[in-house]
Design a protein around this ligand. Structure first.
Ligand SMILES: Nc1ncnc2c1ncn2[C@@H]1O[C@H](COP(=O)(O)OP(=O)(O)OP(=O)(O)O)[C@@H](O)[C@H]1O
Ligand SMILES: [Mg+2]
Length: 457
């Protein structure tokens, strides 16, 4: 990824020059004409600036105040000071206060680029750490340091700042509801829309009640509906409605929903008039809606109306980098709830967790951790307290992962695998040969070879 640099400089010519120079090197550059604008950029660009280049004397807030603010709110970001001859003393003070280095004007291109490069390299570990920390406390605590999740965070931001309909797709347990809540949360922080977040599970409402649930009904409009009732769309006025499991919405309801989306108005069951509602609609599904459209199970016009911005939440197996972070997050949560010291995770357990394919995604991981915490008596979660299913398939995958790390031959891979299974059957050769699909004679012969080669006692 190319680093992002903020250039704060009141002299327009110099500012343009610096911008051009840095952009030619492949950096992404934003500029500010004074200290206050620079501060605003930093706040706005939250977590998107890797380095600051600043002048000393600028109208309003000076370079030293900018430095202080950067040190305070993002201490990992290096600040390079460029200074006119007359303000060298202040620049020196700034270096004492934590600036990376100062350069005097006229700044040579070569000096600047070298300093930038060095400052970025030196601060890389801290910046990475800070980035992970920020990710971990992203809106609604969506954990995700992996690339696919960072992409998703960006899109969540884009979606939140628009008022479009959003379709959130992804396998079961990937965090679709969390994503929907995050969109709502950011929207209500950054816009004037302060209405509620109203989740609706389309699969859980009986088909004959869904219309009155969504749009409300007038008193006496149908059997059992004595009093008028507000629908969920009206409850979400000024906010967000999450139509979860939208793929399960009965076909008969689909044109009604489409009309509401197009008109921005709902008609209560039994009512003659429509009421305007201002609701952001987020739909979520773990189904392949396009396939459903092809099969005639979902209306194409509604699909296109919902699919304005699509956010795909990646399955957990595509982001193994997040597994340790999520595990930690859930451990902290469980241990806090149980009033225990947070547990560690043994290296073996972590290897297994990371290698497992998580068909139930984050929800499955959350459950596995909860169970492991309950069963752990020591200071760490070990492989033994992981569910059997995860332990075996995870262990196999861990062997393969180890193998591809150091590039094993097929023969070595076979040996690693056989010995691993043998360890897990605690030396029971009958059981091992069954698991391996080898006849016992072949297994004995292979074990003899391993013994002769010193891989087995
Ligand atoms: N990135 C994440 N960080 C922290 N917790 C997460 C994350 N993703 C999912 N979770 C947690 O995992 C559980 C499942 O998430 P969620 O209910 O949002 O999944 P979903 O995609 O809506 O699943 P389904 O399709 O089954 O409805 C929740 O407890 C949620 O808090
Ligand atoms: Mg869900």
């Amino acid at each position: 990824m190319n680093a992002r640099i903020l250039v704060a400089e009141d002299n327009a010519d110099l500012r343009d020059l610096l911008q051009e120079l840095l952009e030619d090197e492949g950096y992404t550059v934003t500029t500010a004409a004074d200290g206050r604008e620079a501060m605003a950029q930093i706040e706005r660009a939250n977590q998107m600036i890797d380095l600051v280049v600043t002048d000393v004397q600028m109208p309003g807030l000076g370079g030293n105040q900018l430095l202080a603010a950067v040190r305070e709110s993002r201490g990992e970001t290096p600040v390079i000071v460029i200074t006119a001859f007359g303000s060298v003393e202040q620049a020196v003070e700034m270096v004492k206060a934590g600036a990376y280095q100062y350069l005097t004007k006229p700044v040579s291109n070569r000096d600047l680029l070298m300093t930038v490069e060095a400052a970025l390299a030196r601060s890389a570990p801290q910046r990475e750490q800070a980035r992970l920390r920020r990710m971990a406390v992203a809106p609604e605590r969506i954990i995700g340091a992996s690339r696919p999740m960072q992409k998703l965070f960006e899109l969540i931001g884009v979606a939140a700042r628009s008022s479009s309909t959003v379709l959130v797709t992804g396998e079961s347990g990937t965090g679709k509801e969390l994503v929907a809540r995050a969109i709502h949360q950011i929207s209500s922080q950054e816009t004037e829309r302060k209405g509620d977040f109203v989740p609706v599970n389309c699969a859980a409402i009986p088909a004959e009640l869904i219309e009155s649930e969504l749009f409300g009904h007038m008193g006496g409009s149908f059997t059992g509906a004595r009093q008028a009732r507000l629908g969920l769309f009206e409850a979400a006025d000024g906010g967000t409605i999450l139509l979860d499991e939208i793929g399960e919405l009965p076909l008969a309801m689909q044109p009604k929903l489409l009309r509401v989306l197009q008109d921005g108005a709902v008609r209560r069951v039994g009512a003659n008039v429509e009421r305007k509602v201002d609701v952001r609609v987020i739909a979520a599904t773990n189904r392949d809606l396009e396939e459903d459209v092809k099969q005639g199970r979902f209306r194409e016009d509604l699909f296109w109306r919902l699919n304005v911005i699509q956010l795909r939440v990646p399955p957990l197996r595509d982001r193994p980098l997040d597994i340790p972070l999520l595990a930690d997050h859930f451990i902290t949560k469980c241990c806090q709830a149980a009033n225990r010291m947070p547990l560690e995770v043994s290296a073996e357990a972590l290897a297994i967790l990371t290698a497992y394919s998580w068909p139930g995604n984050v929800r499955e991981l959350e459950n596995a951790i909860e169970r492991a915490v309950a069963f752990s008596t020591g200071a760490a979660i070990t492989a033994e307290v992981l569910p059997e299913r995860i332990r075996t398939t995870g262990a196999v995958a861990a062997v393969i992962a180890r193998a591809s790390e150091k590039i094993l031959t097929m023969r070595e891979l076979e040996r690693e695998y056989i010995l691993d299974i043998l360890r897990r059957t605690e030396g029971n050769k009958k059981r091992a040969s069954e698991l391996l699909g080898l006849d016992r004679k072949t297994l004995y012969r292979k074990l003899d070879e391993y013994r002769a080669e010193g891989f087995l006692e």
